[in-house]
Ligand binder design. Structure first.
Ligand SMILES: [Fe+2]
Length: 266
């Protein structure tokens, strides 16, 4: 049994808390061997230009060519995306089935810029905001207050607004915010994707050479078709199915029918 497995009463309490606040901290969710392998893959992803090619495929002319390597094709990233204790928590929050939306992988250094207040909720074709999307924010090397802090505004997911409606505030402090600046390696913060959050820089405190390994993965409730964020989303889902990610336990996790066609944001 996973450390994060809980009985049905605790699942209900966790769901109620998540529904109210919009976030859940899963401290030390990832076992050391997995997080160490993910870190090596992130180095490869960033240092060998794979991340840059992945971004270029999303912003270049259409029709887009899929990049030569996807995040989920890196073996430890594929395992992270389908890490069973994580998906069991997601199942407890969203119910089953649910569908994978996308995965991003990056490495932040002491000089990495902040990210203004925003949310990451994508629309679905029913316009049904009652259907939830969650982001698993994986702090592979933890958080120690030296390379940007995660800042959250609990309860903000209840109020409809555009993704960047509060971007003019930058990363300025907001009443009621929570700052997450200390997490052990291999920790995950699961958020309702509509929750306002920011990455607040910590100027001048980063140790030379220190880095924050950061992977985020998102998942959606089924029941409507979601807007994909990568033009090569069909290829991405097909590769996940080809690789057998999740071992067949989550039959809808990589199903195309839960998505609309890709359309570049205006
Ligand atoms: Fe975000």
């Amino acid at each position: 049994m996973s450390l994060f497995s809980v009985d049905s009463g605790a699942v209900a309490a966790r769901r109620e808390q998540f529904s109210r606040s919009g976030f859940l901290v899963l401290s030390g969710l990832l076992p050391t061997p997995l997080r160490e392998r993910v870190m090596r893959e992130v180095d490869h992803w960033v240092d060998d230009g794979l991340r840059a090619r992945s971004i270029a495929a999303c912003v270049g002319p259409e029709p887009a060519q899929a990049p030569p390597v996807l995040e989920l094709e890196l073996p430890a990233h594929g395992e992270l995306l389908t890490h069973q204790p994580l998906l069991e928590v997601v199942e407890g929050l969203l119910g089953a089935p649910f569908v994978f939306h996308h995965l991003h992988s990056d490495r932040h250094g002491p000089g990495t810029a902040g990210k203004p207040w925003h949310h990451d909720y994508e629309p679905n074709d029913s316009g049904d905001r009652g259907l939830h999307m969650v982001h698993a924010l994986h702090y592979i090397s933890g958080l120690d207050g030296t390379v940007g802090n995660l800042t959250l505004l609990p309860g903000s997911h209840h109020e409809p607004r555009g993704k960047s409606a509060l971007a003019h505030l930058g990363t300025a402090r907001q009443p009621g915010e929570i700052v997450v600046d200390s997490l052990p390696p291999g920790s995950t913060v699961l958020i309702n994707s509509a929750l306002l959050h920011a990455r607040r820089p910590v100027p001048g405190t980063g140790e030379p050479g220190s880095a924050r390994y950061f992977v985020d993965a998102s998942y959606c409730q089924t029941g409507a078709r979601w807007r994909p964020v990568k033009p090569y989303w069909r290829h991405m889902l097909a590769r996940a199915r080809d690789l057998g990610l999740g071992g067949g336990r989550w039959p809808e996790l990589f199903a195309e029918r839960h998505f609309t066609e890709y359309a570049r944001s205006a």
